[in-house]
Design a protein around this ligand. Sequence first.
Ligand code: SF4
Length: 448
Amino acid sequence: MGLSGIEIFKQLPKTNCGDCGVPTCLAFAMKLAQGQAELASCPHVSEEATAALSEASAPPMRKVTVGTGEAAFTVGEETVLFRHDKTFVHPCAIGVAVSASESDETIDATVAAALAADFERVQQRLRCGFVSVVGSSDAARYAAVVSRIHAACDLPLVLQTDDVAELTAALDAVGDSKPLICGATTANADQVFALAKSKACPVVVRAEGLAAVMELTEKATAAGLTDIVIDSAPSSEGKAFRDRTFARRAALQKKVAALGYPVIAFPGAHAGGDELLETTYAAADVGSYASIIVLTGAEPWRMLPLLVLRQNLYTDPQRPMQAEAKIYPINNPGPDAPFFVTTNFSLTYFIVAGEIEGGKQPAYLGVVDAEGLSVLTAWAAGKFVPERIAKFVKDSGMAGTLSHREIIIPGAVAQISGELAEELDGWNVVVGPYEASDIPAFLRRRAG
Ligand code: SF4
């Protein structure tokens, strides 16, 4: 259990200086107790107090990284139950399982599908997060399959077996790549914890029910392990949902350290071979505290919607998604192509760019940095105003690219056309459509 606000308050300097961004030490202590502040925000706290408060200032959910290099993923470190309270921190990893008992051709095909599940949406890369290798009670075969997959792809690995011989052989082969050992049970805990410690790998502890999970996580921490993922071996998707919710609440609201770890989910275990049902369960897992989700297939029809759902949930609601502010040539424009401008709110950019592309007419789209706001909001906030647009146009070098001097602004900000014309000496400012959906017709009319 964590310390109470009063217990924390006793350790603070009690000067109420406000340097932590909170008016009083007591208010800061209360925030710290609720996991809504970090001890480091108080620059005046003594070393002794820091040591004493380390429990209270530790994140309520442990951060766990799986894999190495660019494809490594990090989960955990969440501080809120609901995204609108603040934000979710680390997107859940969604990956695919393959069994070592399958043929090499099938394994290769699954790995190829995992690598192909690699998409770009709103300028973010969305890809399959890992490959989980299910054991077949044959250590030599298991190590060979794990090595084969490791050589074929950069994705992190999950070693999905509780067979200590298989884990030992696989870790000898790929232990340096920091795979997730999945995992430790009541029966093999001592040996698996020793393996995890010797290879510095994260480990899943699996036991039936959260009470048994807590016993195992406490045993793991006593063994010196910190990078732990939990699996309560739920018997149904409903039980999985209840366990995850209970664990998240216990960790964040009650500071139950033994449950303060990311959770792994296997939606296929409850779907009876029905891939659509499995994917539906996985969607529920994405939205309900699963940090690592193991699927039985990585086909685009299931990966893409899950990754998009994840992207939507794990964006920071306080920071609008932004497209890069620059010139985007669309449909191979030449010097006589029309030149549109809009703001860098991702949704605005993608809708406008999509309509220009769909209109099959070449054009340039200038995306102005409006701090991620949509056109009207940005205009009202003074972020999409003539001075700023004119500076963008001058800096963009479009005067040297185009054979004309005409700029098309969104119809929603028609009122700035006169002022923009004054700012952009020698340019003709044209008011474009109010709705992006009218851009194709607008372009056709212009083309003649
Ligand atoms: S910065 Fe530290 S001493 Fe100052 S008000 Fe905050 S908690 Fe108190």
